[in-house]
Design a protein around this ligand. Structure first.
Ligand SMILES: [Zn+2]
Length: 188
């Protein structure tokens, strides 16, 4: 059994552009290659789990998504970083599927295919659904504040001091590199 870091895509590893529809729209966030390489070097499987309802909505095809993910892996390769697998949910939120986060079917599929132990693993994302999925699996959780909006916000609460969410992450980081450093320093 191996340890893994499950990463969200949009808002966590890539700029959230509200439905990335073509490779030209896809852009890694600044610290991401270094962060993923650090996880690679420390023996973590790196697995991307992402909700891509734009497929069900007809905004882009699975073929285009594959091209977007080729761009992602190509950009990472320039820095000597890699992801071990990418899993996506293509369904609409109203479809009631078992794979759209915060449901955990894709995490279980990854664990089976890559022999991952959730108890040794981490979930990193910019949304409450990522934290909820991680908690349900027994993973440690890290919230990154690189998404389009803070997890919980109000006009009176600045981004730097959000209200505690319903399920609190184990750690809150400003970017993926800070997340990766915390994970490497805190691994059991
Ligand atoms: Zn699904």
């Amino acid at each position: 059994m191996t340890k893994a870091v499950f990463l969200d895509r949009d808002g966590t590893t890539a700029r959230d552009v509200h439905y990335c529809r073509k490779p030209e729209d896809f852009e890694l966030l600044p610290t991401v290659p270094e962060a993923i390489r650090l996880l690679n070097e420390n023996g973590f499987k790196v697995v991307v789990i992402t909700n891509q309802s734009g497929i069900a909505r007809g905004y882009f095809t699975e073929e285009t998504l594959a091209q977007i993910h080729q761009k992602m892996t190509g950009e990472l390769a320039k820095y000597g970083a890699w992801v071990d697998a990418i899993y996506y949910c293509p369904h609409h939120p109203d479809d009631g599927c078992e794979c759209r986060k915060p449901k955990t079917a894709l995490f279980h599929k990854a664990a089976e295919e890559l022999n991952i132990d959730f108890k040794l693993s981490y979930v990193v994302g910019d949304m409450q659904m990522d934290i909820d999925a991680g908690k349900a699996l027994g993973c440690k959780t890290v919230l990154v504040t690189t998404g389009p909006q803070p997890l919980v916000s109000s006009p009176k609460s600045p981004v730097s001091s959000p209200q505690p969410p319903i399920a609190s992450p184990d750690y809150t980081a400003r970017n993926l590199l800070e997340s990766a450093r915390w994970i490497v320093d805190n691994r059991g």
